[in-house]
Write a protein that binds this ligand. Structure first.
Ligand code: PGA
Ligand code: ZN
Length: 410
């Protein structure tokens, strides 16, 4: 019987240079796995709790030494005493140990890092790739990358309020999709340079120019797609409005432009953008607290556009069940650290599937070399993955892992 021999936490840095939790799990047969928790900037109010030290003398209060100590002093002891640990018993054990609704006692960052590390160690112990351990032996398909090639909102210090402008290149293989995306990305960089626009990048690797409007961002991307030699049959557009960031007292305030909009005006704006551009997916068009607005936009656009709940659903079965009952959205963004364990992440994906909601697997704006989400996207045949632009190793690591998985599957 394989048991857990050791569990160890370590404070490491994420792609923004902020501390995050790394965990290592070693099993009694010598198999080992590492997991690193990511971190969001435009976090939803209903996400599981990211435990930070708050001591301003170190890392401006962002240290995670308490979360790491929770792994070393509390989680390790309990997990090492489990008789026949499985993903479910390991995750349930940590949920019970924590004892809070939002994992605020031990920290979702501590719990997720261990949960991922255990998944990796178990895959190694079974001598199967991580995506097989997570998703079984059935047929596997590679996802289409949703590449955030122009960044705004909380991810960039420019004047663009919409957080993400994405392209979905649909090649015959993942490798082809990635090539198309990369070619368009570089073409966009050249176009921005030729126009004298700043071509520095934001947190997710997309360019972050100062431009006139959201429309101009979409026009520039369309120009890049055509100039790279592709048509809109092969390349779709997607937005992450991230509008929870704008919501104040029932109204939406775009901070960079200083404009107020009602929910009705925001819905109209999104509708017009979808009419004028080949947009096939819109994430968080309304706030996490605006169920009424969400139902209205789903009635209007839901039959033709993918409407993805990120802050709305926070990878949480309770929140997704509320959305299913009300008829809000038709897809869910899956970010494992919003809920805090691998098992709960798989449960919410299953609930989505059973209710006709699409799942989009996603990174966070603060990432690391951990490629867990790449395996997850293949394991559950999600069809789509968000891992930013084809730029910055924290983003590209996931795409490179998908290339390697595809290479073994073909
Ligand atoms: P976050 O952004 O990781 O900063 O929350 C990603 C998203 O909103 O999809
Ligand atoms: Zn989002």
């Amino acid at each position: 019987m394989v048991t857990i021999k050791s569990v160890k936490g370590l404070q490491v840095l994420d792609s923004r240079g902020n501390p995050t939790v790394c965990a290592q799990v070693v099993l009694s047969d010598g198999s080992a796995g590492v997991g690193i928790a990511p971190s969001g900037a435009s976090t939803g109010a209903y996400e599981a709790y990211e435990l930070r030290d708050g001591d301003k003398a170190f890392y401006g209060g962002k240290g995670v030494t308490t979360a790491v100590e929770n792994i070393n002093n509390i989680i390790a002891k309990e997990l090492c005493s489990l008789i026949s640990p499985t993903q479910k018993t390991v995750d349930d054990c940590m949920i019970e140990l924590d004892g809070t609704e939002n994992k605020s006692s031990l920290g979702a960052n501590a719990i997720l890092a261990v949960s991922i590390a255990f998944a990796r160690a178990s895959a190694e112990s079974h001598k199967i790739p991580l995506y097989r351990y997570l998703g079984g032996v059935g047929k596997k398909t590679l996802p289409v990358p949703m590449m955030n090639i122009l960044n705004g909102g909380a991810h960039a210090s420019n004047n663009v309020d919409i957080q993400e402008f994405m392209i979905l290149p649909k090649g015959v293989t993942f490798a082809e999709s990635l090539r198309i995306g990369s070619e368009i990305y570089h073409r966009l960089g050249k176009i921005l340079g030729d126009k004298g626009l700043r071509s520095g990048v934001g947190d997710e690797g997309g360019f972050a120019p100062d431009i006139e409007s959201d429309r101009e961002a979409l026009e520039l991307i369309c120009e890049a797609i055509v100039s790279a030699g592709y048509g809109f049959d092969k390349v779709g557009l997607a937005l992450d409005v991230a509008s929870s960031e704008w919501y104040r007292d029932g109204k939406y305030y775009m901070p960079k432009r200083g404009i107020y909009m009602s929910a009705g005006e925001l819905i109209k704006t999104v509708e017009e953008l979808c009419k004028d551009f080949p947009i096939i997916s819109v994430e968080d068009p309304l706030s996490e607290d605006d169920w009424e607005g969400w139902c209205e936009i789903t009635n209007k656009l839901g039959s033709s556009v993918q409407l993805v709940g990120d802050d709305l659903f926070v990878t949480n079965t309770k929140r997704l069940n509320m959305g299913i009952k009300k008829g809000a959205g038709n897809a869910i963004l899956i970010k494992p650290n919003q809920i805090g364990t691998v098992s709960e992440t798989l449960e919410v994906i299953d609930l989505a599937l059973k209710n006709g909601y699409k799942s989009v697997i996603s990174h966070r704006s603060g990432e690391s070399e951990d490629t867990f989400i790449a395996d997850l996207s293949v394991a559950v045949n999600a069809g789509m993955i968000k891992s930013g632009a084809p730029c910055r190793t924290d983003r590209v690591a996931k795409y490179n892992r998908l290339l390697a998985i595809e290479d073994t599957l073909l």
